[in-house]
Design a protein around this ligand. Structure first.
Ligand code: ADP
Ligand code: ZN
Ligand code: MG
Length: 478
């Protein structure tokens, strides 16, 4: 029996607002525990929440980028459960009237949209640090850090329309880049500002009915996402092939054993007793305000633009991964730089300097970069030897041509000399000539190499190669 894989994702993104969602505590990632707390985010009796306008603005940016319908009327609800990292014993979240619904995100590699069911705004919980055990039950004691309590959190819920592990990874990558480009979050999985739960089920191929789903929690890296999904899909396949049933449950990913384990089944599922938050007014937005919130070009839009420029998926993902490099690329091509050579330069020499912290963005000379790329493309520059001067070339507003000349980095063609040396190389290497004429292409490379050695930058390899072929052809004819 063949099965279809069905995946739906629930992604949490922490917004990088200056303050928390309902109080004026600073929203920052810090190692000092309980530094940013107050009666509101500690849930002390009598304290009252006040909504943070910046969180609404950031939310709207994301909702726009994901092409959602933004609800003009929405409200907050209390979601009850008991856990020490949540001092009020309820989380202020949104239940039946979320801020935004019905969005979509395009996956270029799969040429399809992932439809988004809803996005809502809620507060984050604090963090528990278990000492002497893995969890609250096993630990000798547990430390509580409420710095994160009350940090604005966006939850994005997709429809069950993702059909493979690769699609799930691309969706999360693109969503991450979207939030990064909007400037609304630092989206670091390792720090928890991007987290995701995945729901996965299998169904017989072509069947209309979805199978029972399993939710996997605790996924905190892209690698774990792929591993957990692969493991879970295999586990479910094996059960189904043995004629067994899938139990609808929540499982955790255990990195140590590389397996998922059962956390709770439907019977133990939480009853959150949602009800409207009485301490907050509903959120009423007007369309004018929504229209006034502007968003930057999204990664998806860049992607479309780059495909049209003829860039490959690999080149595009390289550009998108770093907003600074992406922005430089756009500046360069808007100055008529040829896209392919430009991205090639950024991906090689430039990326090397960038990774070694040798780029000073303030000092970059766009003019020299443009000129340098052109010279590389024309093969007019000794790229190997110019590498050690590159930091200087890119930053200082020097005259590039003069600098290259002074350092013997410019290839200045001397066609008479090339002619002479090519003739000499042909007569000095009869065996290689013979080999080439017998069809051994490699021999040509050898001859070109010999000539280049003697020409010392006075001709380009292409010119020399063409010249040799021309001369040998003439020899055969005569
Ligand atoms: P629950 O009521 O258990 O929270 P929801 O219907 O709210 O389930 O869906 C939660 C997430 O699970 C969504 O991302 C959704 O796309 C996904 N999902 C729902 N049904 C399935 C299924 N059969 N297989 C895989 N994912 C599913
Ligand atoms: Zn506070
Ligand atoms: Mg649900």
């Amino acid at each position: 029996m063949e099965y279809d894989v069905i995946i739906g994702m629930e992604v949490h993104i922490e917004l990088s607002t200056e303050k928390k969602l309902f109080c004026s505590c600073k929203n920052e990632f810090t190692y000092e525990p309980n530094k940013n707390v107050c009666p509101v985010c500690l849930g002390l009796p009598g304290s009252l929440p006040v909504i943070n306008q910046q969180a609404i603005e950031y939310f709207i940016k994301l909702a726009k980028a994901l092409e959602c319908k933004i609800n003009l009327f929405s409200k907050f609800d209390r979601k009850h459960y008991f856990y020490p990292d949540m001092p009020k014993n309820y989380q202020i979240s949104q239940y039946d009237l979320p801020l935004a619904v019905a969005g979509k995100l395009f996956l270029p590699n799969f040429n399809k949209y992932v439809h988004i069911r809803r996005i809502h705004l809620e507060e984050d919980t604090g963090k528990s640090v278990h000492i002497g055990g893995e969890n609250l039950r096993e630990a000798k004691y547990t430390l509580l850090n409420y710095n994160r309590a009350g940090v604005p959190l966006v939850e994005i819920v997709t429809e069950p329309v993702i059909h493979s592990v690769d699609e799930a990874v691309e969706f999360l990558q693109l969503l991450r880049l979207t939030a990064l480009y909007l400037g609304i979050s630092d989206v670091k999985m390792e720090e928890g500002s991007l987290r995701c739960d995945v729901n996965v089920s299998l169904k017989p191929k072509n069947s209309e009915v979805l199978g029972k789903k399993v939710e996997i929690k605790n996924i905190n890296s892209f690698r774990f996402l792929a591993r957990a999904l692969n493991y879970e899909i295999e586990r479910q396949k094996n059960l189904l092939r043995q004629g067994k049933e899938i139990i609808q449950e929540t499982r955790g990913w255990d990195e140590k054993t590389q397996t998922t384990y059962s956390m709770r089944t439907k019977e133990e599922a939480h009853d959150y007793r949602y009800f409207p938050e009485p301490d907050l007014l509903p959120i009423i937005l007007d369309q004018q305000y929504i229209d006034s919130v502007k968003i930057q070009t999204t990664p998806s839009e860049y992607y479309k633009k780059y495909v049209a420029l003829g860039l490959t998926h690999e080149e595009i993902t390289f550009l998108l991964e770093n907003p600074n490099i992406n922005s430089l690329f756009n500046t360069l091509i808007s100055n008529q730089s040829d896209p392919r050579p430009t991205v090639k330069f950024l991906k090689t020499d430039f990326a090397y300097l960038f990774n070694n912290n040798q780029i000073n963005w303030q000092k970059l000379s766009i003019k020299n970069i443009l000129e340098y790329i052109k010279l590389v493309e024309k093969k007019a520059i000794d790229v190997v030897n110019s590498r050690k001067y590159l930091v200087e070339i890119l930053h200082n507003h020097i005259n590039l041509i003069e600098f290259l000349k002074a350092n013997n980095l410019l290839i200045q063609e001397d066609s008479d000399l090339a002619e002479k040396i090519v003739e000499k190389v042909i007569s000095d290497n009869p065996q290689a000539v013979e080999d080439y004429l017998q069809g051994k292409e490699k021999a040509l490379g050898f001859l070109v190499g010999q000539a280049m050695k003697e020409l010392k930058g006075k001709a380009k390899p292409n010119t020399v190669s063409e010249l040799i072929v021309k001369k040998l052809k003439a020899q055969v004819k005569s």
